[in-house]
Design a protein around this ligand. Structure first.
Ligand code: SF4
Length: 201
């Protein structure tokens, strides 16, 4: 029984890279339970899933002792997914696991069954790079998958976005709403209200 997943920091989405790279189906998406499932009987300990997970949520233990050790570490891990999000883009570099290009938008955002917050930015805009919104703080109350998306014309036209950065919220493959433009600290309350009005949870 070598494979463990730390679901406290895992998106637990069907588009999981660990599931995609597993050659035997030991790691698979359970459509009924809407969760990643592990079949250790099929696992060949190749560690592809472990390497494929960019937030280090998947572990492959060498033996029972190591399995128990990792299990305990997961048990006492106090983090949640949003703890990995960025506080302020200028102060702390974004975790690469959350950064995607337009080419991954369909799979990671539009076709995800999860509640997804996509922050669209233009990579050549200094304002977009330095003045991102504090996602960690804003989304800590929600079970949300977050992606920061380097955006070009295609997405802006598709979602009729006039101003970047823009926050787009999707759930069950539908756009719930969008917020355009930068909100600095003084306007944070307005942003929180807007997010709550869109998510309504
Ligand atoms: S270690 Fe290899 S076979 Fe086992 S779950 Fe991970 S990718 Fe699949």
């Amino acid at each position: 029984m070598p494979v463990l997943i730390n679901f406290k920091i895992c998106d637990n989405a069907k588009e999981c890279n660990g599931v995609a790279v597993c050659p035997t189906g030991a790691l698979a998406w359970d459509e009924k339970k809407k969760s990643i499932k592990i079949d250790n009987g099929k696992c060949i300990s190749c560690r592809k899933c472990e390497k494929g997970c960019m937030v280090d949520a998947i572990h492959v233990a060498k033996n029972e002792k190591e399995y128990e050790k990792i299990e305990k570490e997961i048990e006492i891990d106090s983090r949640k997914t949003s703890d990995l999000f960025v506080d302020r883009y200028g102060a702390q570099p974004i975790h690469l696991a959350f950064l995607i290009g337009e080419d991954k938008f369909q799979l990671e955002v539009e076709e995800s069954d999860k509640l997804v917050a996509a922050e669209l930015f233009y990579d050549e805009s200094i304002e977009c790079l330095l003045k991102s919104v504090p996602m960690k703080e804003l989304l800590s109350d929600y079970q949300v998958k977050y992606r920061k998306v380097e955006t070009g014309k295609e997405l802006m036209e598709k979602y009729r976005i006039k101003k970047l950065p823009a926050l787009l919220f999707f759930e069950k493959r539908k756009l719930l709403g969008k917020i355009e433009g930068y909100y600095d600290n003084k306007k944070k309350d307005i942003l929180v209200k807007k997010i709550k009005a869109i998510i309504k949870k």
